[in-house]
Design a protein around this ligand. Structure first.
Ligand SMILES: [Zn+2]
Length: 421
């Protein structure tokens, strides 16, 4: 069975007020309402990008128990065919990320490479990849102008390494409601559950995985959702273009990358806040988003600030501006709200500009958003927000409390209030 679909129309989601007479097909617990407008966007979203699920009699799974789909010695020979400079840059950035976080190595080879299997980066008019090494010689990873920069590039390269979609996991129904009435018959195979006998879930279910589709993927009506998170606060989180900690962790487990530190016989880094020693250098840590430094005990470098909470409300503006060095990806700013040890922190935040809010509001928050890491597991993606119809109010014992804001273009300012209780 071959799975393939392609829809590169650009859909922008615009929230409307409750009193609007426009069609309001969706009403979440957040009282978000959406209508669609088809627009000519500069960066269209890979709304229902395509995939080859399997070839021949091979079955697909998120991480294959059949290890023949892995690349031998963690090496992926690849070469880049005739693609645009933007696609080349997004592939280069994706490979740099994978090299920094995992023991996978993409090895640039000549297109006449014949020593074994290889990946060809090519523009077939879709964003697509087979899952894992196919043992057919050259296999294609296709990227085209409608794919979303580095986010789609790393998604497809992760398919090539052997990772399936998060929403296909065998435990998916504990996390999502599938709205089959909004999905065409021919697209339903994309929502099939994969057999736990054939594939393994190595990490917790993460709505913010770069391998998770957005709420409106494969919708047969432009204004309807096809999958809703059981916890509706994650509706904008799904469809992320940001590879998350667990995405890399899954690769490292699948390819036994952690063995190098485990078997080194040397002292390895003692990582804080959920970090794990980096398989390429056991003295430093892979850190979950919002945490930095060699041991994940620092606020990440770059823009952002440390906000010292008192027992009275303090309010300030938080702004992220896009840096053109981050073309094909996002610029991130990391702040920490710090209260006295053991104190509970409360924050309230909203976007100051209504027009900016409308501009970045989307499923997947692929134009920008905010993530307050208030959940207990420091590794998992928290409910990411980019629509913020009403101010959000979060109370948490996570202290220091990381606050991540990011953008792929627009300058976005938040009104941010904080205190400890
Ligand atoms: Zn995919």
């Amino acid at each position: 069975m071959e799975r393939f679909s392609d829809d590169s129309r650009c859909i922008a989601w615009m929230p409307v007020s409750e009193s609007s007479t426009a069609e309001t097909p969706y009403n979440s617990s957040n009282t978000l309402h959406f209508v669609t407008t088809v627009t000519e966007c500069a960066i269209p979203y890979y709304r229902t990008h395509s995939n080859f699920g399997s070839l021949g009699r091979r079955k697909v799974r998120q991480v294959q128990r059949d290890l023949s789909y892995r690349w031998p010695n963690n090496m992926v020979p690849y070469f880049v065919g005739n693609v645009t400079s933007n696609i080349k840059k997004s592939v280069r950035m994706a490979i740099e990320e994978l090299h920094a976080w995992t023991c996978i190595r993409f090895q640039n080879v000549n297109e006449r490479y014949s020593n074994g299997d290889s990946v060809r980066i090519v523009d077939l008019g879709s964003c697509s990849s087979p899952i894992g090494r196919q043992q057919i010689g050259k296999q294609d990873v296709s990227l085209t102008k409608n794919c979303w920069g580095m986010g789609t590039a790393i998604h497809e390269l992760m398919h090539a390494i052997g990772i399936e979609h998060t929403q296909s996991r065998s435990d998916r129904n504990r996390y999502l409601d599938i709205l089959a009435q909004n999905i065409d018959q021919r697209d339903l195979p994309n929502f099939e559950l994969l057999s736990p006998r054939l594939w393994a879930n190595l990490v917790p279910y993460d709505y913010g995985s770069v391998m998770h589709y957005s709420a409106d993927s494969f919708s047969n009506k432009d204004d309807e959702q096809t999958m809703l998170p059981k916890d509706r606060t994650f509706i904008e989180t799904m469809g992320s273009m940001i590879p998350n900690f667990y995405d890399f962790d899954q690769i490292n487990q699948y390819y036994n990358c952690y063995d190098s530190c485990r078997n080194s016989g040397e002292q390895v880094a003692n990582c804080a806040n959920g970090g794990i020693p980096n398989p390429n250098n056991c003295q430093i840590c892979n850190c979950p988003m919002g945490y930095g430094g060699d041991l994940c005990d620092q606020r990440p470098e770059g823009c952002g600030s440390t906000l010292v909470a008192t027992d009275r409300w303090q309010k300030q503006k938080m702004t992220v501006r896009f840096s053109k060095n981050d073309d094909q990806y996002f610029t991130f700013c990391n702040s920490w709200v710090v209260g006295p040890a053991g104190q509970t922190i409360q924050v309230i935040y909203e976007i100051t500009s209504e027009s900016t809010r409308r501009q970045i509001c989307s499923f997947g928050c692929y134009e920008g958003g905010i993530e307050v890491k208030h959940l207990e597991d420091p590794r998992i993606t928290n409910d990411r927000d980019c629509c913020l119809n009403t101010p959000l109010n979060v109370t948490t014992t996570v202290n220091p409390l990381p606050v991540i804001i990011y953008t792929s273009g627009a300058t976005v300012t938040y009104d941010f209030s904080y205190r400890y209780l």
